[in-house]
Design a protein around this ligand. Structure first.
Ligand code: GSH
Length: 209
């Protein structure tokens, strides 16, 4: 059984998408980040960076004590290795998948996060920052579109943890002032993932509680 410390945000959705897709048993523990639950001492023992998502695996493969992890990219990699799912064992596809996973956690996520912040949460408008992160958002969507114009999935021939990491951020495209019609390959990929039964189950879990 896996405990998932979760809030219904793009980084939280990554892990429910994986767990539903791989059909691993898990328990969702809501962390209300709008109320400051991420700073509670009991949560900080699991996630010292005070952010969701985090997991505790009560049955790790080494048979040892419960194992806790934070950082969504690492959690996806851990769960892929644990389950043998959603990460190719073939050398090239495996590393291309990890390359796009790292691109998501180091680029797409942080930049789109800044886009959300300056478009929706900044206490006063900062035109330079709005413009800077909008230009960067467009650049990243163009990178994604180019990749998906030549490959069905980010890692290559198979749906993987790289697609799972990116999809919840693209799912928030309207908040980023992005029209997916301008990125046809991204739009096609986005719809293919949206229509997967596991995606529907994960997004339903986000509504619950
Ligand atoms: N690099 C982290 C980012 C996680 C993150 O930014 N989580 C946000 C929600 S999407 C959060 O918990 N924010 C609470 C806070 O910053 O206090 C990851 O990929 O897991």
């Amino acid at each position: 059984m896996i405990d998932l410390y979760y809030a219904p945000t793009p980084n939280g959705h990554k892990i429910t998408l994986f767990l539903e897709e791989a059909q691993l048993a898990y328990r969702q523990i809501r962390v209300d980040i709008s109320k400051g639950d991420q700073f509670r001492p009991e949560f900080l023992t699991v996630s010292p960076n005070n952010k969701i998502p985090a997991i505790v695996d009560h049955v790790p493969a080494d048979g040892g004590a419960p194992f806790s992890l934070f950082e969504s990219g690492e959690i996806l990699l851990y769960l892929a290795e644990k389950s043998g799912k959603l990460l190719s064992g073939e050398l090239r596809e495996r590393h291309v998948t990890l390359q796009w996973l790292f691109w998501q956690v180091g680029g797409l996520g942080p930049m789109l996060g800044q886009n959300h912040h300056f478009n929706h949460f900044a206490p006063q408008p900062v035109p330079y920052a709005i413009e800077r992160y909008q230009v960067e958002t467009l650049r990243l969507y163009n990178v994604l579109n180019k990749r998906l114009s030549t490959s069905p999935w980010l890692g290559g021939e198979h749906y993987s943890i790289a697609d799972i990491a990116c999809w919840p951020w693209v799912n928030a495209h309207l908040r980023q002032r992005i029209d997916l019609q301008n990125f046809p390959a991204v739009n096609n990929w986005f719809e293919r993932i949206r229509l997967r039964p596991a995606t529907a189950r994960a997004m339903q879990k986000a509504q619950a509680n």
